[in-house]
Write a protein that binds this ligand. Structure first.
Ligand SMILES: [Mn+2]
Length: 417
């Protein structure tokens, strides 16, 4: 990538020298946190020393006999491989972006290796196993939701496309599933700010969207959605949001701080947001002067009670179809206990199933999140299980399926007795 002459870069402080050197004068230097390495000449190694305290391309030109074009040529592989990093990005890059997880959904892939894949995946799952406290923390959500997914036979489908998936619920079968990868969980180092986490989330959204991959975030606290929405707005494309929640999540914070109750306030500042449709609202509350909920014509809602009496098509009928949509799912829209801020009532499993089936089939989706699943340690986590099912519905929404009876008809029953 072209380096602007006045941007300050710094040598990443945790580089490793590969003992299996590249041969000759070359030495391989790696950034183990980003999973990247590059073979360097002695001249380039000197540059790493030069940048230790921070410097610009212009500084290199001034201090050496290199012209700008030659310096640019030398620095590019260093910046492309995160050996030199922008000084103002060092804080969030220091611990890497994502960590590998024990039980990935599909093939685990580093976010910096997206171009190395033999085939571009359709979806990339990643977790943000962090919450901002509370009695029922959602930090175990990614693990619980991933654990709910094997029942849907999604795991390892990235490697093995030969199996047939039988869906008795919807009386269909899939001969093939879209390619799904798992980028692991966004890293967190104790003491880091929300913004630091947010920059890692934005990086994942940016890298996946740039390749046409649909990012699917599993939370974690609903606050993290603020950063995915901000990144989509920054990308400059108009979009809408379909938001499932018991709460409207536009409660202003007295101190202006981001939290799970004001996630959607930030995106209202963007002209790229065309519509925000909220499904499942059912709180009792006093009006708040500072609330923008009823002042913005782009915001509309269907209460949980009303949604339960309507078809999925009717709930979503008012949404314009000439824009893509981001889906944000807070599990507290459902009638489940495994969530951070439960509210009595809510959508049933089948209400949600029909909505997600309809959304997956008919809407152009640019990303989605599945947030606020709590209930750590419960032997049976309904919140995680239905969240996994809805995530699956988005993934297979546009996949060709076949009637289940066609498959069943071909099974030769062997009686064991
Ligand atoms: Mn929420």
């Amino acid at each position: 990538m072209k380096i602007s002459p006045d941007r300050t870069f710094v040598t990443f402080p945790r580089l490793q020298r590969d003992p299996q050197s590249a041969g000759g004068d070359l030495v391989t230097i790696c950034n183990p946190y980003m999973g990247l390495g590059v073979a360097l000449t002695p001249g380039a190694l000197e540059l790493l020393e030069f940048f230790e305290g921070g410097a610009t391309l212009a500084d290199v030109v001034e201090a050496s006999d290199l012209d700008e074009e030659r310096a640019q040529h030398l620095l590019e592989p260093l910046t492309d491989n995160y050996i030199l990093v922008p000084a103002d990005d060092l804080e969030w890059l220091l611990h890497g972006v994502c960590a590998k997880v024990q039980r990935p959904v599909g093939t685990y892939t580093r976010v910096t290796d997206l171009d190395e894949l033999p085939k571009t995946p359709a979806f990339a799952v990643f977790g943000v196993p962090l919450d901002l406290g509370g009695v029922y923390g959602a930090r175990f959500g990614p693990e619980a939701v991933r654990n709910a997914l094997p029942k849907l036979s999604l795991r390892s489908q990235g490697d093995d496309q030969s199996r047939v998936l039988l869906d008795f619920e919807n009386e269909r079968c899939f001969h093939e599933l879209p390619l799904v990868i798992d980028l692991g969980d966004v890293r967190y180092h104790p003491g880091e700010s929300l913004e630091t986490i947010g920059k890692r989330i934005a990086f994942v959204i940016r890298e996946t969207r740039a390749r046409g991959i649909v990012p699917l975030m599993i939370g974690g606290d609903h606050a993290w959605t603020h950063f995915t929405l901000a990144e989509l707005a920054r990308a400059g494309e108009d979009f809408g949001i379909i938001h499932f929640d018991a709460h409207h999540d536009m409660y202003p914070d007295a101190h202006g701080r981001l939290n799970h109750a004001n996630t959607f306030l930030g995106i209202l500042e963007s002209d790229h947001l065309k519509v925000l449709h909220q499904i499942g609202l059912r709180t009792l509350q006093l009006p708040d002067d500072r609330s923008v909920l009823h002042g913005d014509p782009r915001v509309q809602f269907t209460s949980a009670r009303r949604a339960r009496t309507m078809s999925a098509q009717d709930v979503l009928a008012s949404l314009p179809r000439d824009i893509p949509y981001y889906v944000s799912f807070d599990v507290d829209c459902m009638d489940v206990d495994e969530t951070g801020s439960p509210v009595i009532g809510g959508l049933s499993y089948y209400d949600g199933l029909e909505l997600f089936e309809h959304i997956g089939k008919t809407f152009d989706i640019i990303g989605a999140d599945f947030m606020e699943v709590a209930g750590e340690g419960r032997p049976h986590n309904r919140g995680a299980e239905l969240t996994g099912r809805y995530l699956f519905e988005l993934i297979v929404g546009k996949q060709t399926s076949h009637p289940l009876r066609d498959y069943i008809g071909r099974i030769e029953t062997k009686r064991p007795f």
